[in-house]
Write a protein that binds this ligand. Structure first.
Ligand code: HSE
Length: 414
């Protein structure tokens, strides 16, 4: 039977306000926002002041409130709120990918111990119902891989740079104005946000809880016009791609900008849209796309979680029982393009083998094979005059030595 929901909302920013509006227009769901906890006492808000409190315990200790919706920015404060609420036996909905990825196992324990639902569809790919699909539809399917564009801001920036030749800083400011970017946009452009989301997706796809800082990530903050020009010349787009792939008993997992050819499912996923491709042993490939950032797209996922709570839905983390022997493997060999200044000798680039190199007064690049674990400790990752892009689908997981070629391998005609 559907439960009547009395919501205590934390945060009234882009998504919180979006949820308020979405609930106003939603009929059929017996849910209402009872109180809203916010930080800033002086901000003007388009809702009666009687809704607001500045004391979290007024909501957390209110026995009439049975659902907490946590939509604040600060991951540490969010964890305090969420863990307190779960201990009080309240159902919780959150969209805080950083908080969830960093405390995954503790949150899982709390759900089990207090037998309460904790749902977070809005935390990964906003409007795309990817977590619930992984949990329910693919509950028994053996998945080989999940990959996609999972950050709307970086996709928006890359699209505008590619289509309109706009400057990186200018389009980043636009992504912030539109409410796509995190309040600290370094989380988007340096790949942290994509890594948090990938950690969530990997847990539901493969049952493996990988700490975000174990996942290799490289963002788009060092991209230059010459990389965009190069991609255009070759008929590629550049997208920031999050990828988790099972090879034998190992799981390789990484976030890196990648050249995307025109026949690839991610090629036409532009602006703030996200796209996720799931590949199963029997089902083969499926592709999901939708808006991955913004007030209403994220609020729609939060609304769906609230609705799911009204019929007592909980994640079961089914894959954690099924994939017990899967191991995380950081030694991934892949083909990368590296643009670098002529002051850096090619021999000091972290390549295991080089297939091509090009030098001109405007552009120097090499293409070759790199071990991501080696690259991870290279100081070149932090240099703003160097940029790495994945230049092919083939990956090799070092310790199994099994070479994988995807079904849709594309030719790179450099
Ligand atoms: N900053 C995030 C993004 C918001 O751009 O994808 C949605 O999680």
């Amino acid at each position: 039977m559907k439960q009547k929901l009395n919501i205590g909302l934390f945060g009234f920013g882009c998504v919180g306000k979006g949820l308020y509006d979405v609930l106003e227009h939603t009929h059929g769901l017996k849910a209402n926002i009872a109180r809203i906890c916010v930080k800033d006492k002086n901000k003007e808000r388009p809702v009666p002041a009687s809704y607001f409190t500045f004391d979290k315990y007024e909501i957390l200790n209110d026995e009439t409130i049975n659902v907490i919706v946590e939509l604040i920015d600060d991951a540490d404060a969010a964890f305090e709120i969420v863990s307190y609420a779960l201990r009080k036996g309240k159902a919780v909905v959150s969209a805080n990918k950083k908080m969830i990825a960093e405390h995954f196992e503790e949150l899982l324990e709390l759900q089990k111990q207090f037998d309460v639902p904790f749902l977070y569809e809005g935390a990964a790919c906003a409007s795309i119902p990817v977590i619930r699909n992984l949990e329910e539809y693919y509950d028994n399917d053996l998945l080989n891989s999940i990959e996609g564009i999972v950050n709307g801001s970086t996709n928006f920036i890359l699209t505008k740079m590619y289509n309109e030749g706009k400057d990186y800083a200018e389009v980043l400011a636009e992504a912030q104005q539109l409410g796509f970017a995190e309040s600290n946009p370094a989380l988007d452009v340096e790949g942290f946000d994509a890594r948090y989301k990938l950690s969530l997706l990997a847990a539901h796809a493969f049952g493996l809880f990988i700490k975000p800082d174990q996942i290799f990530k490289y963002g788009i903050n060092n991209i230059s016009d010459s990389d965009i020009r190069y991609a255009k010349e070759k008929g590629f787009k550049i997208k920031l791609v999050a990828h988790a792939r099972k090879i034998g008993k190992s799981l390789g997992i990484w976030v890196i900008p990648r050249f995307i050819p025109a026949n690839h499912a991610l090629y036409n996923i532009d602006f703030e849209y996200n796209g996720v491709s799931v590949e199963g042993v029997f089902s083969d490939k499926q592709f999901f796309s939708g808006k991955g950032a913004g007030s209403f797209p994220t609020a729609s996922a939060v609304l769906s979680d609230i609705s799911a709570i009204s019929y007592h839905y909980q994640y079961e983390y089914k894959k954690t029982q099924q994939e017990a022997s899967l191991n995380y493997e950081p030694n991934i060999l892949m083909k990368l393009y590296c643009r670098f200044p002529s002051s850096i000798p090619v021999s000091s680039l972290p390549f295991e083998s080089i297939e091509q190199s090009f030098n001109s007064p405007e552009l120097n690049y090499v293409i070759g094979n790199v071990n991501l674990d080696t690259l991870n400790s290279s100081r070149l990752l932090d240099r703003d005059d160097v940029f790495f892009i994945q230049a092919g689908d083939e990956v090799d997981i070092r310790n199994t030595n099994e070479f994988v070629e995807e079904s849709e391998v594309f030719e790179i005609a450099f």
